[in-house]
Design a protein around this ligand. Structure first.
Ligand code: SF4
Ligand code: SF4
Length: 369
């Protein structure tokens, strides 16, 4: 396999000037005082002889001291992407003036509509987003479809479209009322993502045991310069202020849930690719493509319990309870130790309320939990 492109995700700060209700960072909007010298970062990246894309994220990167200078330094030899709430208008204007759009992969702009309305920041947001779009940057405006926002997403999307700003729904990731999202989304959210399949398909798979180039072509860096294998695996590879040892080759993944970018860095077998493809289509309600992928996975690996289970989920969503039960039974017989298969079978049997069976996200049966 060809080596994937090189990405480093730089978590610049945990501070932010917003206070979104669903944010998992502590809400600390005091000034950022702890910074890294950008020349140490460029020295490290340059020494690898590769061109990196530096994903600058936080907290809020635009509140980082000298942020635009740092972007300027990084983009001399490398590329950047930025996750931002786009609220620091003076810095946004400076960024648009000084940074070459050709060296910026994406600007991922989070709308966070309730917080934006709370601070009366909608007009400034529209101005900032339009400035960047008109300056030639690729701006992707994300709307986290928290379950509490599902009913207003369409109206908000129409409002910003009228101002020339396209909104992309982004899945809420996390637990709410004991259910894990995005897998637990119902029909209304699935319909939203059906119009934006590239977003709905960002699922946190279990790649445990699968070879992955993370540690070589994917890294994560903390505010203090510590470099980890990836966002999911906190194995320390060093610190840019000292020394960083990158992996020589792909190594097995050790974590049960992989953040979405890992998908570009894992080395999948044919069956594993089909399982991933099937799940990605299932979560955006493309049941035909999804079922075809799972059937092909079963052809390649007869009896594969994860493929059987997921065909059961598709059958249930299509209203075929008997077929669903048959599939869950087959999956459970192959892996009696896996609770999810038994729970799905029991749920189909009782069929109380709006039962929604669980998709299997374990692509490697030898280590699936
Ligand atoms: S903008 Fe992002 S980092 Fe800041 S509070 Fe909201 S979710 Fe958290
Ligand atoms: S599969 Fe994901 S979690 Fe595992 S090593 Fe690769 S990037 Fe990290």
């Amino acid at each position: 396999m060809n080596e994937p492109a090189s990405n480093i995700i730089w978590n610049m700060t945990r501070k932010c000037n917003f206070r979104c209700e669903y944010c998992y960072f502590p809400h600390d909007n005091s000034p950022v005082t702890r910074t890294l010298p950008v020349d140490r970062i460029t020295d490290f990246l340059d020494a690898t002889g590769r061109t990196w894309t530096v994903g600058m994220t936080g907290g809020e990167p635009f509140i980082y001291p000298g942020f635009v200078d740092i972007c300027d330094a990084l983009t001399q030899r490398h590329r950047i992407g930025v996750d931002t709430n786009l609220s620091v208008s003076s810095k946004v204007r400076e960024f648009a003036r000084r940074i070459d759009p050709a060296r910026v992969q994406d600007l991922y702009v989070a709308l966070h509509i309730q917080e934006r309305e709370r601070i009366k920041g909608v007009p400034a947001f529209i101005d900032n987003a339009r400035l960047l779009i008109e300056s030639g940057f690729k701006v992707i405006v994300n709307y986290v479809v928290h379950p509490s926002l599902e009913d207003r997403f369409r109206a908000d999307s129409d409002f910003f479209a009228a101002h020339g700003i396209a909104i992309t729904p982004r899945p809420f990731r996390g637990k709410l009322d004991g259910r894990r999202y995005p897998e637990a989304y119902g029909d209304r959210a699935r319909a939203i993502f059906a119009d934006h399949p590239e977003q709905g398909r960002k699922i946190a798979f279990n790649f445990q045991g699968v070879p992955c180039f993370a540690g070589k072509t994917l890294l994560r860096m903390d505010p203090d310069g510590t470099v980890y294998r990836c966002p999911g695996d906190k194995t320390v590879l060093g610190n840019v202020l000292d020394d960083v040892r990158l992996a020589d080759d792909a190594q097995p993944c050790t974590k049960p849930r992989c953040p979405c970018r890992g998908l570009d860095h894992v080395v999948l077998t044919k069956t594993q690719r089909l399982l991933v493809d099937g799940v990605q289509h299932a979560v955006v309600a493309d049941f035909e493509t999804s079922a075809a992928a799972f059937e092909r996975a079963l052809e390649a690996s007869p009896g594969h319990p994860c493929a059987q289970n997921n065909l059961g989920v598709i059958a249930w969503r299509r209203g075929d309870a008997a077929e669903a039960a048959r599939r869950f039974e087959a999956a459970g017989a192959a892996r009696p130790d896996k609770d999810a298969y038994q729970d799905n079978l029991a749920g189909v049997g009782s069929a109380e309320g709006a039962f929604d069976p669980e998709l299997c996200l374990d692509v490697n049966p030898s280590v699936e939990k």
